[in-house]
Design a protein around this ligand. Structure first.
Ligand SMILES: Nc1ncnc2c1ncn2[C@@H]1O[C@H](COP(=O)(O)OP(=O)(O)OP(=O)(O)O)[C@@H](O)[C@H]1O
Ligand SMILES: [Mg+2]
Length: 250
């Protein structure tokens, strides 16, 4: 299967820091890749570059087999719809003055969909994430952290994406709520045929959700393979040390 998003030789510098030092990665539709690595290894930078939120200093990016630079306005709009993002603080980033229903519908309004259609799809999205559609008129402060998280996920899936990038998205939640959200994501992934790039420090979590695992260190991917293989017998010393320090090998 051709890659949905592919990066080749990605380099990104911030002043003297080489956040990405030549990364090759392929993300396939319908498949979940877990991205692990110590703090500062470049995971979030890679996620932002793959999302087209920041251009690389060198290297190339393609979407559905087409060079990202040649997509044009229409192609980029399609990319932005098909690839959605849920960041760590996205639940906190909901506009406090906007009802959560309007927040969820915002992207649809930008697409110019009529009100009735927006409402129908937002009800559907609330349903998908396990929140009653009747709560669409409420405001973010009226929800728990876990519920706000579900709203952030609703905001993403209402666009009917193929792929979600989740950067440490459950890091702020307690263990029980975290496992509920992971369960929800797994379920949605299967039902909607979604693939994820799941960025996390937590190898247990990564192991639970990922078909493939990529291990990052100092701006490079030092290992990338089937999740089971990487966890059972990491080839790189670094991955071995990382997994030991995380103390979570089965
Ligand atoms: N906007 C920026 N300006 C300057 N330096 C940056 C910027 N973004 C990232 N960096 C640097 O790039 C390197 C990689 O950062 P990045 O945030 O990608 O790491 P990470 O793997 O996501 O870490 P964490 O696990 O802590 O989230 C770090 O040295 C960081 O300080
Ligand atoms: Mg990060």
């Amino acid at each position: 299967m051709a890659a949905l998003i592919e990066g080749r030789g990605l380099v990104k510098r911030y002043g003297g820091v080489q956040a990405l030092a030549g990364v090759d990665i392929s993300l396939r539709a319908g498949e979940t890749t877990g991205l692990v690595g110590e703090s500062g290894s470049g995971k979030s930078t890679l996620a932002r570059v793959l999302l087209g939120l920041e251009g690389p200093d060198s290297g190339s990016l393609s979407f559905d087999g087409r060079p990202y630079d040649g997509l044009g306005a229409k192609g980029r709009a399609e990319f932005r719809r098909r690839v959605q993002i849920v960041f760590q603080d996205s639940a906190g980033a909901l506009d406090p003055r906007m009802s959560v229903g309007l927040s969820v519908e915002e992207g649809l309004a930008n697409l110019g969909l009529p009100r009735a259609e927006r409402e129908r799809r937002s009800r559907e999205a609330f349903d998908e994430v396990g929140l009653p559609a009747s709560r669409r008129d409420d405001y973010p402060h009226q929800f728990s952290g876990g519920q706000r998280h579900r709203i952030a996920i609703a905001r993403a899936i209402v666009m009917r994406p193929d792929y979600l990038v989740l950067d440490e998205c459950t890091a702020s939640l307690d263990a029980l709520v975290q496992s509920q959200i992971v369960g929800l994501l797994t379920n949605l992934g299967e039902r909607l045929g979604l693939g994820y790039l799941f960025v996390s420090h937590d190898l247990n979590l990564i192991a639970q959700v990922s078909r493939r695992i990529a291990v990052m260190r100092s701006g490079r991917i030092v290992e990338e393979d089937e999740a089971e293989r990487v966890i059972r017998s990491p080839r790189s010393n670094y991955a071995m040390e990382l997994f030991d320090s995380m103390d979570c090998r089965p």
